[in-house]
Structures are given as structure tokens and as C-alpha cells.
Ligand binder design. Structure first.
Ligand code: ZN
Length: 368
């Protein structure tokens, strides 16, 4: 069976807001010549372009999808939020929440972004595809039911999970979020539930500034089913794999999911403007291989990656290519043009030992 690749040009047309980097233009903030938020189409479009240039895309089952239906959106987001979003979108666009601008038609594009995630998950659960990658945009993992934030207007992964559950599938879902920012929206949606395990690896107090602590373990029957793995700024290849092996994989194995979903951001890379980590394309390759192996052991290989952040227009395509090589098992590869440089910039054994001790402490906290 093939690996699915779900994308749609319309997702690259999501736009809006008058920003210079993450700052609203005005006052002392001068407009940028090539303005806008770092969340722009080029990272994703260039990833798709690279897959075409190398030929890897020919090894994938390439599809688009229908937008997520209103009924699907309503399983996660309240009607009054969706109504407000749709009205503003119809009226030419605007901004809701925090750092979530959109232009005319933004509502339909966000629903399409969620629809790509829904279709990817459905095709894997139906056994049409071995696994899948959804190039969703706008991203989703920061979005709470009624509070869009951090470039996220709808929670794509939660919408996909609830659509699958409404069809009687995916009773137990593990979400591994390796975006450098905390997956606060997904955490909030599932904080009191024991059927969706949410794990977030992130740089603490990067974004948001007030969530993501290791002590936040869930509430009620959801207690123990939320796992935050804050990694110190500067963590690189070794630290990410240590966290994966010592925390993420044991948690996922203990949970025994029916499917594994990865909130796949590439902003932990060493050259990302919105993160301060030192991951490389090979880090994402190795994490993907580990997630794939876990899915093969636990749930017949059912694994879906949904694109989240990642803001280096030059490097995200190489990180994504390595990830999709690993996901699909394709032999079509491309050399990492920054690989040798970033190998030299890794933090080194003393820092890695410090992070390993932090991870040991976290593992003990989770076992307590
Ligand atoms: Zn991010």
C-alpha cells in the first residue's frame, strides 16, 4: 500500500493581516518590503515543489480532498465561533483571536485545510493507504474550540479525529506534536479525555507564553493522558531522539492507540526564525522512522502526519522531504544542503548530558 500525500493549491492562497514578521505594522513597526507573517505559503509550496523536482512525489498517492463539512467542524468548534469566522470571511476577511488574520474566503480555505487532514486519516483508517501526509495550511494545533491563535483558525487534527470517531473508527488516538511550539489547542480539546493521548515536545515559553508545563497532565478521566515534554532552547538532534526514546515511545506503547497522528511542524530546525532549537532534516527523518515503527508494532502501521509550523523557506522543504522519505520508504532522496554545517553546530556532549538528565527527571515525574 502507498503513502498518501494530501495537498491543495487553495491552501497556499490563505493570506491576510498587515504584519512585519509577528508584529502588527504601525507605530514604530515599519512595513516589510516582502511583508506578512512568517506563516506564509512558501515553506509548504517549496516542500511540494521539491517532492516534484526529486521525483519523490511519484512514489506517493497524491490527492486533494473536500473541505471539512460544517457538521465536522461543529464537533470541535462552537457554532457562534464558526458563524463569526464565516461572516468576516465573506465580508472580505479580518482577524480573530491572536495572530490569526485571514482574507476573503479564509473560512473555506481553513475548512479545506481541515478536510485534507480528515481525508488523510479516513483513507488510512479505511485501509486505502498505508500511511499519509497532509500538507494542511493554515495549521491547527494552537486552535482551541473558540480561541484561534498562533496562525491556527481551526484545529485540523481534532476535527479529523472526531470525524473518524463519528464513523466508529479511531477509538484510541495518540497525537505526537513535535512542532517547536506547544500544542495548546489540541491539549485543551482533549484535556479531560482518556481516549486521545496528547504528547507535545516543545521549547518552553516560546509560544504560547503560559502553557506547556510538564506538570499539566490532564484532568478528570483525562488525567495522565496529556504529556508535555519541554526541551531547553538549544536542544538538537541527540536531545530530540533521547526525548522520543525515553518519553514519547514508552507513552505511546503504554497507551496502545488505534492510530498515531503527528502534528508535524519543522520549526525545531536549527535555522527556523520562530524557534531556538538545533534539529536537522535527519532529526525529522529519525523521529518519523520511530513513529512509523511504533505504528507498525501497535496499530498495523496506521500513521498520519499533519503539517503544522516551520518557517524557514529554504530548509523546511529538506526537512519535509526527509520526513516523507521515511514515511513512504521511498529510495528517492536529496542531500541535505545544511547537513554538514548543522552537524558542526550541535550543542555537544555536555549539553546533551544536561538535557538527558532533564528527560530522566521528566520520565520519573510521569511514572510517579
Ligand atoms: Zn510552531
Amino acid at each position: 500500500m502507498a503513502t498518501g500525500f494530501f495537498s491543495d493549491e487553495r491552501c497556499f492562497w490563505h493570506a491576510g493581516g498587515n504584519y512585519a514578521f509577528t508584529l502588527p505594522v504601525g507605530g514604530a513597526v515599519q512595513p516589510l518590503a516582502a511583508g506578512g507573517l512568517p506563516e506564509n505559503p512558501e515553506t509548504k509550496r517549496r516542500l511540494k515543489n521539491l517532492l516534484e523536482v526529486t521525483g519523490l512525489i511519484r512514489d506517493l498517492d497524491q490527492r486533494s480532498a473536500d473541505p471539512a463539512s460544517r457538521a465536522a467542524l461543529l464537533r470541535v468548534h462552537p457554532a457562534n465561533y464558526l458563524d463569526t469566522f464565516k461572516e468576516m470571511s465573506d465580508a472580505g476577511g479580518g482577524e480573530l483571536g491572536r495572530r490569526t488574520p485571514f482574507a476573503a474566503g479564509g473560512y473555506e480555505i481553513a475548512a479545506l485545510s481541515a478536510g485534507l487532514a480528515c481525508a488523510a486519516l479516513a483513507a488510512v483508517l479505511d485501509g486505502e493507504l498505508e500511511n499519509a501526509y497532509a500538507l494542511s495550511r493554515p495549521p491547527g494545533h494552537h486552535c482551541l474550540p473558540d480561541f484561534p491563535n498562533g496562525f491556527c483558525l481551526l484545529n485540523n487534527i481534532a476535527i479529523a479525529i472526531e470525524a473518524a470517531r463519528a464513523r466508529g473508527q479511531a477509538r484510541r488516538v495518540a497525537v505526537i506534536d513535535w512542532d517547536v511550539h506547544h500544542g495548546n489547542g489540541t491539549e485543551a480539546i482533549y484535556y479531560d479525555r482518556d481516549d486521545v493521548l496528547t504528547i507535545s515536545l516543545h521549547q518552553p515559553r516560546n509560544y504560547p507564553l503560559d502553557t506547556g508545563d510538564a506538570e499539566d497532565r490532564g484532568t478528570g478521566s483525562g488525567r495522565g493522558f496529556n504529556v508535555n515534554v519541554p526541551l531547553p532552547a538549544g536542544s538538537g538532534h541527540a536531545a530530540y531522539l533521547e526525548a522520543f526514546d525515553r518519553i514519547v515511545l514508552p507513552q505511546v506503547h503504554a497507551f496502545r492507540p488505534d492510530v498515531i497522528i503527528v502534528a508535524c511542524g519543522f520549526d525545531a530546525s536549527a535555522v527556523d526564525p520562530l524557534g531556538r532549537m538545533l534539529a536537522t532534516a535527519d532529526t525529522f527523518r529519525q523521529m518519523t522512522l520511530r513513529a512509523k515503527e511504533a505504528s507498525q508494532t501497535l496499530c498495523d502501521g496506521r500513521l498520519v502526519l499533519v503539517h503544522e509550523g516551520g518557517y524557514s523557506e529554504v530548509y523546511v522543504p529538506f526537512c519535509g522531504h526527509a520526513t516523507i522519505e521515511a514515511l513512504s520508504g521511498s529510495k528517492t532522496t536529496v542531500a541535505d544542503p545544511l547537513g554538514e554545517t548543522l552537524a558542526q553546530r550541535q550543542p555537544g556532549p555536555r549539553f546533551d548530558a544536561f538535557v538527558a538528565a532533564e528527560i530522566d527527571a521528566l520520565a520519573a515525574l510521569l511514572d510517579a
